[in-house]
Ligand binder design. Sequence first.
Ligand code: C5P
Length: 201
Amino acid sequence: MSFAVAIDGPAAAGKGTISRAVAAHFGFAHLDTGLLYRAVGACVLEGRDPVEAARMLAPADLERDGLRSPAVAQAASKVAAIADVRAALVEFQRAFATRAEGAVLDGRDIGTVICPDAPAKLFVTASDTVRARRRYRELVEKGIETTFEEVLADMCARDARDRARSSAPLKPAEDAVMLDTSQLGIDEAVAEAIRIIEARR
Ligand code: C5P
């Protein structure tokens, strides 16, 4: 029987790392839904129409290079505010959530809009400084030239846009369990997430 895990939260809170580890632990499929919006954002940077790009999106588009760049992240959060873009991506995400082996979806609106009936919902947070430090390290490791201040400003701008939009804003579902990873190492955060999900199986 399918089992969906919804993992939401702001940028660089640890959702991706936790989701991948949780999916591996339970043998569930994993969908990083941010990649859908990043892929649409990348199309817009190439001059395409966002709604048309979202409607035409194919699995191969999620494998494109450059989706993790700061420029694409900003473009993603702008297209993510467009209701027709979000609507075009709903069906694919809901179908993924019903995969027979179980599924983990991470994003901003999984627990509130995509899978409101998911039996396990986590809202992962961390302080702004901790998140910016983590994202800064990731970008530097990838050879992307940036500064800590720039990463912090970009991240806060994106979170503010994600929280303020009228269509599926970033917020915890009423029944989500909050997981603050500011003081946790990766192993501790993953163990805590597994414990929370285990209690709902
Ligand atoms: O998670 P990630 O940082 O890759 O997401 C990029 C952007 O895509 C976010 O800033 C947000 O605007 C958007 N997004 C969204 N809903 C989701 C996942 C991502 O609006 N479920």
